[in-house]
Design a binder for this molecule. Structure first.
Ligand SMILES: C[S@@+](CC[C@H](N)C(=O)[O-])C[C@H]1O[C@@H](n2cnc3c(N)ncnc32)[C@H](O)[C@@H]1O
Length: 202
């Protein structure tokens, strides 16, 4: 999908995603000391904003200016005088290179083909500070057949093992490489989404 298509999707009155953080981001980041975070493909910024509320300096990058405008508006509402703890950058990840290192780099549900995913994840890995973490969460390839929601195109789904392969040779050690089961409440009862969860450390 192009940035224009995403802008269109984010142009409605209602949030496209939840306003609360992804459960894996919450689980991982709540164990870490407050620091600096980079959220690539941040969308409306639910994860970066939650970190900023905890005191992190968070940078949210996305190529949808509309999504990041919403993130800024939410930052004003939720962070008040501390809204500056959220920085937003409108950029295409095909070209974006972080200019500094971060304690936590996140890529959450960036579902793009391998020829884009791999350089993006390598740029993300390269931006992890010494002692820092890379967290990648995605709709797992197995979700298409066995899980709830997510894209149906196998070309944009991947596994936690794919992430480890993508960032090989960049000095990160895997801490968690999992097919993670995420409960989803639906009108038809609880379903389970299958996520790829890769957590690596420098
Ligand atoms: C499924 S949403 C996930 C948003 C957010 N990470 C979350 O979990 O709420 C995927 C996001 O990736 C962004 N995106 C896709 N391709 C991109 C690219 N090439 N450069 C920057 N952002 C991109 C879209 O604009 C969209 O906001």
């Amino acid at each position: 999908m192009t940035s224009e298509m995403w802008d269109q999707r984010y142009s409605g009155r209602e949030p496209v995603w939840s306003t609360t953080p992804n459960m894996w981001v919450e689980q991982v980041a709540s164990q870490l000391p407050v620091g600096t975070a980079l959220d690539l493909a941040a969308g409306e910024g639910r994860n970066a904003l939650w970190l900023a509320e905890l005191g992190w300096d968070a940078t949210a990058v996305d190529f949808s200016a509309v999504a990041l405008e919403r993130a800024r508006a939410w930052a004003s509402e939720r962070l008040g005088d501390d809204a500056g703890r959220l920085t937003t950058v409108v950029a295409d990840l095909a070209e974006y290179q972080p200019e500094q290192a971060f304690d936590l780099v996140m890529v959450v549900y960036l579902q793009v083909p391998e020829d884009l995913r791999r350089p993006v994840l390598r740029a993300a890995a390269s931006a992890v500070a010494p002692g820092g973490r890379l967290l990648v969460v995605a709709h797992d390839s197995a979700n298409i057949a066995d899980g709830h929601g997510g894209p149906g195109d196998p070309a944009v789904c991947y596994t936690a093992e794919d992430v480890v392969t993508d960032v090989a040779g960049l000095g990160l050690s895997p801490l968690r490489v999992e097919l993670a089961r995420r409960p989803v409440a639906t009108p038809d009862g609880e379903k389970v989404a299958l996520d790829a969860l890769a957590l690596l450390a420098r």
